[in-house]
Design a protein around this ligand. Structure first.
Ligand SMILES: Cc1ncc(COP(=O)(O)O)c(C=O)c1O
Length: 388
């Protein structure tokens, strides 16, 4: 008899369920201790919070592995920490990797500015040319890196052809799945080898934590753990507890983000104040067909181009009351930000325009408020001032 697989919400709430003991707490206690009494004369694993074996870190890791369907997972001090260590776990000086060109600006700074110093070379690919991936591979290529849903144009990369290429070539496919969350997309089910999250975003969902996660094979996660211990990237136990608490509502939050995202994008695409709207759930989005096939929900991230460019966008941002002007995403509150000042600040205006991100582009992380209130907020903020 095959064992029934638990649903995503059950996995998010319980991780891998285990027998309960009388009087044990339902919510994990916060073990706010840097160190633990280790038995004298024992050569068992030494417990120390920087090593990633604090009970809160372990409990969170179990839930993350269960959610993504991976053998193992590890929680880290930030999403950037997760990206850095996941790549360093498969790359050594002299190695090369290929990255999608459409990635978070902080990740690009890490690849260009830091990895180069350690003799790790990167080539970028415009994924609208699917043949370019193979063309960029070298004898020293060890990995391909992509974001499953990209920032801020919400392009959806079909990772299955990439996974076949990686497996044929014997290299790793590493996917940052922050924008999708494991509710909307689970890269390992589509052939990826490693999944990265900025747990700061949807996984935690309450805008009160900076955290990261890597999910993959036991062997891969052991290597990330080894690096984490010496590069000092462990997640604080209280932060781990907060992410674990956030996970308990991940599935219902995502259902609401998906519904609100779609309703907001549909409204925005008919609204005269916006020149263009980028949302994979809209039939006009270039990746709508891929998104409909591979995603379980289109998500809560929407890109809007405000009619009238930068000045009009700034006027709108100043007048919003429910949506707040702040970087980050994936929380219960609606946040708006301008890629030109945040995720894509390292690019010139011309480079951004070439990527399809003109000045006046606003990224909306649609929260779980009442969507009618959000629509009213944007409508009011864009109302033209009366003359005379
Ligand atoms: C797609 C993506 N990956 C990684 C990160 C980095 O995450 P963190 O801010 O938790 O370090 C971000 C941050 O915005 C992001 O958007």
């Amino acid at each position: 008899m095959t064992r029934r697989r638990l649903g995503l919400s059950t996995r998010a709430i319980h991780g891998v369920p285990h027998p309960s003991h009388a009087r044990s707490p339902i919510s994990s206690p916060i073990v706010q201790s840097s160190t633990f009494i280790n038995p004298v004369g024992s050569d068992e694993e030494v417990l120390y919070t920087r090593y990633g074996n604090n009970p809160n870190q372990v409990s969170l890791a179990g839930r993350l592995a269960a959610l993504e369907g991976g053998e193992a997972a590890i929680a880290l001090g930030s999403g950037m920490g997760a990206t850095a260590l996941a790549l360093l776990a498969v790359l050594a000086p002299g190695d090369h990797f290929v990255s999608c060109e459409w990635i978070y600006g902080g990740t690009r700074r890490l690849f260009d500015g830091e990895f180069a110093k350690h003799g790790i070379d990167v080539s970028y690919v415009d994924p609208s040319n699917p043949r370019a991936w193979k063309a960029r591979l070298r004898g020293t290529t060890r990995a391909i890196f992509v974001e499953a849903v990209t920032n801020p144009l919400m392009r959806v990369i079909d990772i299955e052809p990439l996974a076949s290429l990686c497996h044929t070539e014997g290299i790793a496919l590493i996917v940052d799945s922050t924008f999708a969350s494991p509710i909307n997309f689970r890269p390992l089910e589509h052939g990826a080898d490693v999944v990265i999250h900025s747990a700061t975003k949807y996984l935690n969902g309450h805008t009160d934590v900076i955290a990261g996660a890597v999910i993959g094979t036991e062997e891969m996660i052991e290597e990330v753990r080894r690096l984490m211990q010496v590069w000092g990237q462990a997640l604080d136990p209280h932060a781990a507890w907060l992410v674990e608490r956030g996970l308990k509502t991940l599935e219902v939050r995502m259902a609401r983000h998906n519904a609100n995202g779609l309703a907001f994008a549909e409204w925005a695409s008919d609204f005269a104040g916006f020149a263009r709207v980028h949302y994979p759930g809209l039939p006009g989005h270039p990746d709508h067909a891929v998104a409909a096939r591979v995603l379980d929900g289109f998500g809560g991230m929407v890109g809007i181009e405000v009619q009238g460019g930068r000045a009009a966008a700034e006027r709108m941002l100043r007048r919003l009351r429910v949506a707040r002007h702040a970087p980050s995403l994936g929380g219960v509150e609606t946040l708006v930000s301008e890629p030109r000042l945040t995720s894509h600040a390292a690019l010139t205006a011309a480079q951004r325009a070439a990527q399809g991100i003109p000045d006046g582009f606003v990224r909306v992380s649609v929260g779980i408020e009442d969507v009618d209130d959000l629509i009213a907020d944007f409508t009011r903020a864009l109302r033209r001032p009366r003359r005379g």
